[in-house]
Design a protein around this ligand. Structure first.
Ligand code: ARG
Length: 245
């Protein structure tokens, strides 16, 4: 075959492909809703949102051939953003719960987590059972918020950011904070005089929230997550941010 003929053939197929590409409006982005107040899962580093969830979502998007776009919002707006299609996925250290499963689907879990109790050093509160009748701070709309509501005679103070609850504890305005373990570890390392109680409040799973209308996306995300688990990449991302004790 003459070389010019080969070139022609290649050009022709390239054009066909190019036109095919023009025809359909292929989705190119994967929009992630999060609340970047939750180190080490999502937080701001300068004007960038970084952390375990940001990296897992990026890896999932890469695997799907999509560009990740991160939308930062209040934690209690994430489910609505996913339901309305404003975001494709909610990745925010979000605990799989029965309540939330009524509104969205969850991917397979990507990690286990726990709710813990932060108190001031020397506090009389030594275990979760001692929270009865106390002032307990939580981040609005989190599972910590829900659990605190079940504590007998406790008054629950809800903050927009977990860190604001910790600040309030430092100022003795509240007696304890219920929050996820890894952010708790970050917050106590940044502030003196705080401890995490040995006994955790609950163990939970984190997963990616996806609209109930988009089961195709759910399957794709699960397939990507499975690959990330299989290849060891998922653990690598977690290990980058969480040092094993
Ligand atoms: N795991 C808790 C929940 O699902 C707290 C998550 C808070 N996440 C955040 N990015 N602020 O309710």
């Amino acid at each position: 075959m003459k070389i010019s003929k080969v070139i022609c053939g290649v050009l022709a197929s390239a054009m066909v492909l190019a036109f095919a590409g023009c025809g359909k409006s292929e989705k190119t982005t994967l929009v992630m809703a999060t609340n970047a107040e939750f180190p080490p899962y999502e937080y701001r580093d300068g004007d960038k949102i970084v952390g375990i969830d940001a990296e897992i979502a990026k890896a999932v998007a890469d695997d799907m051939g999509l560009e990740l776009v991160i939308e930062d919002m209040a934690f209690d707006s994430i489910i609505a953003a996913v339901q309305s299609g404003k975001a494709d996925i909610g990745v925010a250290g979000m605990t799989v719960s029965e309540d939330r499963l009524a509104s969205v689907n969850f991917s397979d879990p990507y990690t286990t987590a726990a709710q813990v109790v932060i108190v001031k050093e020397g506090s009389a509160i030594a275990s979760p059972a001692d929270l009865t009748g106390k002032k307990v701070g939580v981040q609005l709309g989190t599972t910590g918020d829900i659990y605190a509501g079940d504590i007998e005679d406790a008054s629950v103070e809800r903050f927009n950011k977990g860190f604001e609850a910790v600040q309030s504890l430092l100022q003795d305005k509240i007696d304890a904070v219920i929050i996820d373990r890894e952010p708790a570890k970050v917050f106590i390392s940044e502030n003196e005089g705080l401890i995490i109680l040995d006994e955790e409040y609950t163990i939970e799973d984190y997963a990616i929230a996806i609209s109930k209308d988009n089961t195709e996306l759910l399957e794709k995300v699960n397939a990507s997550l499975a690959k990330l688990k299989e290849s060891g990449r998922l653990q690598e991302i977690i290990d980058k941010y969480i040092t094993a004790e």
